[in-house]
Design a protein around this ligand. Structure first.
Ligand code: URA
Length: 222
């Protein structure tokens, strides 16, 4: 939300309080990615100050995303966990360490060569799945990140990411590894690293998905 608009809203709330109002129905603010700035740093400033949903009340840090702002490859997770909330950086906890190994050891890239973001930018308490309302408020930020970074390949990490990116409810076990046309980009769903930590026998399938991603990346850069 623009600083000026926020100040105007605050001013009017104080005025109503002064007039004796004690309670107001929540105001519905729905933003669209079209209203967001065409500059990643400007976008980040707005996201860091976001209070559009209740996750803002419990978060320690907003986790905007990080990596090469011109990356060909973008990973999209579900939402920050405890370590990400502490540090303000995506995928830095145990699942993040596994994701980093996948990027470095299988794709043979540096973590800083790709971009890593999430469906929601603030930690859902107790690592619960974000609600549809929270996603609705937050996802315009991701659409704008995708538009600005313009990756050729997007990897949806896990079912929540895949479902909110595409609207498709096919289970991740059925859709993983498929290359899906995503408005001129390629989208490849695979297992979430947290799931792989709990189910190490699935790492083989994730490895195959990564090989496919590597092959696609080579096609784009040749
Ligand atoms: N899980 C996610 O989905 N995203 C993170 O950033 C960390 C863990």
């Amino acid at each position: 939300m623009k600083r000026k608009l926020r100040l105007e809203i605050l001013y009017n709330l104080y005025r109503l309080q002064w007039l004796g109002y004690e309670y107001m129905q929540p105001i519905e603010i729905q933003q669209s990615s079209r209203d967001l700035p065409d500059d990643l740093e400007e976008l980040k400033k707005i996201v860091l100050e976001c209070h559009l949903c209740d996750l803002a009340k419990t978060r320690k840090n907003v986790v905007f995303g990080e990596g090469d702002p011109k990356a060909n490859l973008m990973f999209v997770g579900e939402g920050p966990g405890a370590t990400e909330d502490e540090t303000g950086r995506p995928f830095v906890g145990r699942a993040g360490q596994l994701l980093t190994k996948m990027i470095e050891n299988v794709l043979e890239l540096k973590r800083s060569d790709v971009y890593i973001a999430n469906i929601v930018k603030c930690r859902p308490p107790n690592n619960r799945v974000p609600t549809p309302e929270e996603v609705e408020k937050c996802i315009p930020y991701l659409w704008k990140q995708i538009e600005l970074i313009d990756p050729k390949i997007i990897v949806a990490l896990g079912s929540t990411s895949y479902r909110h990116l595409t609207g498709d409810k096919t289970p991740i076990s059925k859709i993983r590894g498929q290359v899906i046309d995503f408005g001129g980009r390629k989208l490849i769903p695979t297992y979430h690293p947290s799931f792989l930590l709990r189910n190490p026998s699935k790492k083989r399938e994730a490895y195959e998905d990564l090989l496919k991603i590597k092959e696609l990346l080579c096609e784009f850069s040749s």
